[in-house]
Design a protein around this ligand. Structure first.
Ligand code: DNO
Length: 344
């Protein structure tokens, strides 16, 4: 495996040098943040990021994310042009040594929590989800930080209207159509596409979601067997669904998992949870069993610690501060070392 760390580009308050100081850090996971969704990422912008990484002694082999335009998810007529642009971005990234692209196919919203500043008894701050708070939200006027995109209330209600009546099957067909359009660029460049699961892995605000459980992956690989069609295995997203057996899924799909987001969450009752330190005994996700399942089934992809808490007085971007993610990386490094050595 290759240990990586998410870096939000030059606007990130965490420097590449600090990231490099974390033991065993091979590279960063980053993106071009100033190209509108749907546009082609210019080579000069990719080159700039790459040279900053090179100077810091870090690789840039994973991109998270190249976002998918809503018109592609909606299956609108203009999608072919947008898909061609996406394929061109893949080709441009290939020229700079990128090997894996993380993306998602969630309509309108990306990951979702009801609280970005949940305070734990020990003073650490983390992200949390509370079903009762979710039910209170006014979907026409949502302004939650954390999403890669934010919409004006007018845009949001317009978009939600466009999705009205869309079935899971239609959304799935649109995903397959998208993949068939971009995979030739992956065949050319060797880049793997790694779809991020829906977070949480169920429908929200009446919008269909189609990547959150075992049956979804079976259907996806049956429809698009190309080996460049792969997964970002996100334990926090999939783990929010109590119906998912994560070690089983990690074992089953190990050869399609190109990127693993390893993180912890702790259920406080049937529906509500908060995120916690990465270690297995800090929550409900069995990180040890997942790492073991990955390694024993030949996983050889990229790993990154995922959402960390804000600790030691840090006031970092929710989920993406330095300290707790560095602790997570250290824990995961140790876990992989032990499991990999046991296997040999
Ligand atoms: C949240 C992230 C997601 C992820 C996208 C991938 O912390 O894991 O925002 O980057 O869903 O497209």
């Amino acid at each position: 495996m290759k240990m990586t760390f998410r870096w939000y580009g030059e606007g990130d308050s965490i420097s590449l040098q600090y990231i490099k100081q974390i033991p065993n850090m091979s590279g960063v996971v980053t993106a071009v943040y100033d190209t509108p969704v749907g546009g082609v990422w210019e080579e000069s912008k990719i080159a700039r990021l790459k040279s900053l990484c090179d100077k810091a002694g870090l690789e840039m082999e994973v991109i998270e994310s190249v976002p998918v335009h809503e018109d592609i998810k909606l299956g609108k007529p203009f999608r072919d042009k947008l898909i061609a642009n996406y394929a061109q971005t893949i080709r441009n990234l290939g020229k700079f040594g990128v090997k894996c692209i993380c993306y998602n196919f969630m309509p309108v919203f990306d990951w979702f929590r009801t609280d970005l500043h949940y305070v734990q008894a020990n003073g650490a701050e983390c992200l949390a989800y509370k079903e009762a708070d979710f039910r209170k939200l006014d979907k026409r006027n949502l302004r939650l930080p954390g999403w890669d995109e934010s919409y004006t209330p007018e845009q949001l209600s317009g978009l939600l209207k466009e999705y009205e009546g869309m079935t899971h099957e239609q959304l799935f067909e649109n995903l397959v159509y998208f993949l068939k359009g971009v995979l030739p660029a992956c065949d050319e460049t060797g880049i793997n596409m790694a779809i991020h699961p829906d977070d949480p892995p169920w429908d929200i605000f009446g919008l269909p979601r189609i990547v959150g459980r075992e049956a979804d992956y079976d259907r996806l690989f049956a429809a698009v067997p190309n080996k460049h069609n792969g997964i970002t295995f996100c334990t926090g997203s999939l783990g929010a669904g109590r119906f998912n057996d994560l070690p089983k899924m990690a074992a089953k799909y190990a050869d399609r998992i190109y990127f693993a987001h390893l993180r912890q969450l702790k259920f406080v009752n049937e529906t509500d949870f908060y995120e916690n330190g990465h270690q297995t005994n800090c929550g409900s996700v069995d990180i040890y069993a997942i790492v073991k399942a990955l390694v024993e089934n030949g996983f050889d992809g990229y790993v990154r610690p995922d959402h960390g808490r804000n600790i030691w007085g840090e006031d970092g971007k929710p989920g993406y501060g330095l300290y707790d993610r560095a602790l997570g990386a250290a824990y995961l490094n140790g876990m992989f070392e032990a499991v990999e050595k046991d296997r040999k």
